[in-house]
Design a protein around this ligand. Structure first.
Ligand code: HEC
Ligand code: HEC
Ligand code: HEC
Ligand code: HEC
Ligand code: HEC
Length: 487
């Protein structure tokens, strides 16, 4: 009985789908309404009025604490940072500015919608465009535009920017936040509107879910990984791990405990220790010791966060009384999304495993780095390989239209990796050391990107870089064990 009802539904859905679907037959994945999405492939909308965008230093005049916290985040660097600028230059050359607008929509939304950003580089840009993902992007978001996309899911900047409105008394700024407006909220500078969107992951989602501009392939899926994982079900949001200090993040991740309202911070701390490190050095070089110190806190916290994200177990597997394999179980214990996430085809997370006999002779090593900074062939990677059309390796976001390998660990999930071991005769104990390691990119990829940066960014003057230094590696987890060679 039950199954026949289900069957009836299947038929109805198929019939309706057939009728509705026919109008899409042969059409692109996304039949774009260019009037609705004027900045396509970015899905931003802008309610233009005489109320302009305000740069963060102005907001910081009254909101000192939020301003200082934000200056330590990579949101504040999203436009100016050299890795983005290198890739933007390549995008601009490969696919033109019409498409590169998609990048700018997320990395500097105000600079994109106003038409101020016309090419890669930072020359002549206003403080608002330079500020990247700044106060007046998030606090001007008045709604979303993702319902009109094929997936109905947030993506590619699907938000509406309304920095203010034209009123009888002239332009009026309106800022949206988590609270019911207090009396005199904004002190005449801006009005306040209570916004439930700011208390949802949807606020972050439209930028943290990136699709290919044409083939609509999900290049970065942090939002959907989160949404389909354990934390979303318990209402632990992006904000609950990334807008708090380290101890509060640990509590949210371990006990699914939501932070108190007073515990939120504007540090948006993630995993990008490299960028925070470079920016901290730049601030120091420019004589801004306070900013350098805040960025350095971001650097240290990002490393701690990576080291808290995973755990690992080692166990032996015996066959016919002989040790034949080592099993490494890697657990994603505290990342709210897959581990690694976002740019999984650029970020590198891998296992290094060394087996030694009791005298210290190396029996096996996998996952080391060669003299050029590349991982050796047999390395067990946990990330993705990008692929263009025709099964060719690709890395640039306009070229990657699928993954040939996508191997990441879901939230509160694990992955088992096996290493074959062949102990020589006469050895009684085998010592194993396993390390889970992470870096932002392959050495060669980083060199190519920094080499493509616009001339308006002088890497030597700003960062003191004359050549690309060896990219630092973070050891996320290290485990040692010794096993009997014979059972
Ligand atoms: C939908 C929003 C969105 C779009 C569109 C987008 N990005 Fe990003 N980009 C992000 C987010 C979010 C991150 C951070 C991910 C992370 O750190 O893992 C990021 C990170 C990056 C990074 C890494 C920065 C670093 O320091 O490691 C580069 C490079 C980059 N983007 C370049 C581009 C280029 C070029 C384009 C256009 C072809 C583009 N992005 C389009 C949201 C976007
Ligand atoms: C990436 C988005 C984002 C950016 C950038 C951002 N904010 Fe916020 N802001 C939020 C969210 C989300 C909340 C709500 C946090 C919570 O749950 O209490 C918030 C809360 C606030 C509040 C309410 C009090 C508090 O701290 O919770 C103020 C004031 C504020 N932001 C000002 C600023 C200023 C000033 C800047 C720039 C220096 C800024 N914000 C940048 C997302 C953002
Ligand atoms: C002249 C001082 C002043 C300036 C400049 C200012 N604010 Fe405010 N803002 C306030 C006051 C006062 C409040 C209410 C008390 C509080 O939340 O700190 C407030 C509240 C807020 C809130 C919380 C609103 C809510 O209901 O949740 C946000 C968000 C906010 N401001 C964002 C901004 C942003 C973004 C800028 C820059 C575009 C900015 N403010 C510039 C004074 C200012
Ligand atoms: C307007 C687009 C936009 C919005 C909205 C946005 N982000 Fe981001 N976010 C970015 C971009 C772009 C980057 C990468 C900047 C770079 O590395 O160049 C980033 C980086 C980050 C990082 C650092 C990643 C790392 O590798 O360290 C964290 C954490 C983060 N965002 C959290 C959030 C949270 C939480 C929210 C919602 C409250 C949010 N973001 C909203 C665009 C956005
Ligand atoms: C339970 C805590 C938790 C939640 C919830 C969470 N994250 Fe994370 N996030 C982490 C941890 C831990 C890391 C560091 C390990 C890693 O890179 O995955 C991280 C890393 C990141 C990074 C940097 C990735 C990289 O390699 O550069 C970004 C971007 C990010 N998170 C965005 C988000 C967004 C957007 C959401 C909401 C959709 C979110 N996070 C929800 C804990 C969390």
């Amino acid at each position: 009985m039950k199954s026949s009802i289900t069957m009836a539904w299947v038929i109805i859905v198929l019939v309706l789908g057939g009728v509705g679907g026919s109008s899409f037959a042969g059409s692109k994945v996304f039949d774009v309404d260019h009037d609705f999405y004027p900045y396509y492939p970015s899905l931003i909308k802008w309610n233009k009025s005489n109320a302009n965008f305000t740069s963060p230093d102005v907001c910081g005049g009254c909101h000192r604490k939020q301003y200082e916290e934000w200056t330590g985040s990579v949101h504040s660097l999203a436009l100016q940072e050299p890795v983005y600028q290198g890739e933007l230059s390549k995008a601009y050359k490969a696919v033109g500015h019409g498409i590169a607008r998609q990048c700018e929509g997320c990395h500097s939304a105000a600079g994109m919608v106003t038409g101020e950003i016309k090419k890669p580089g930072i020359a002549g840009l206003s403080p608002m465009a330079l500020a990247g993902v700044s106060c007046d992007i998030c606090h001007s978001i008045s709604g979303t535009t993702h319902w009109q996309t094929p997936s109905h899911e947030p993506e590619n900047g699907s938000f509406i920017l309304t920095p203010g409105i034209d009123s009888a008394d002239g332009a009026k700024l309106i800022k949206r936040g988590p609270f019911k407006p207090s009396d005199n909220c904004g002190m005449g500078f801006h009005d306040c509107v209570e916004s439930s969107l700011h208390l949802q992951a949807d606020l972050c989602a439209s930028c943290h879910q990136v699709y290919h501009f044409e083939d609509h392939f999900p290049l970065e899926s942090t939002y959907l990984e989160w949404k389909h994982g354990a934390y979303a079900q318990k209402e632990i949001l992006c904000q609950d791990c990334h807008m708090v200090d380290f101890a509060t993040f640990m509590r949210a991740a371990d006990d699914f405990r939501k932070p108190q309202r007073a515990e939120y911070r504007h540090n948006f701390n993630g995993a990008n220790y490299l960028l925070s490190y470079l920016a901290s050095g730049a601030a120091k070089k420019a004589g801004d010791d306070k900013k350098a110190a805040i960025l350095n806190e971001g650097y240290e916290m990002a490393i701690k966060r990576l080291q808290a994200a995973a755990d690992m177990d080692l166990s032996p597997i015996y066959r016919n009384g002989k040790l034949t394999e080592i099993k490494v179980r890697i657990k994603n214990v505290r990342a709210g999304h897959n581990l690694p996430t976002s740019l999984t085809n650029v970020r590198q997370m891998w296992l290094e495993l060394t087996a030694k006999d009791e005298k210290g002779n190396v029996l096996m090593n996998s996952g080391s780095i060669d003299a050029q900074g590349h991982l050796v062939e047999n390395t067990r990677m946990l990330n993705s390989d990008g692929m263009g059309k025709d099964f060719h390796f690709a890395i640039d976001p306009w070229a990657v239209t699928s993954f040939s390998r996508h191997d990441t660990i879901p939230p509160r999930g694990y992955k088992d990796v096996y290493y074959g071991i062949n102990a020589p005769q006469g050895i009684s104990t085998i010592l194993i050391e396993a390390k889970l390691r992470y870096r932002q990119a392959d050495q060669g990829v980083a060199e190519a990107l920094l080499g493509a940066v616009s001339e308006s960014i002088n890497l030597k003057e700003i960062y003191g870089l004359t050549k690309v230094p060896t990219l630092p590696i973070v050891d996320m987890v290290t485990k040692q064990a010794s096993f009997n060679a014979l059972k």
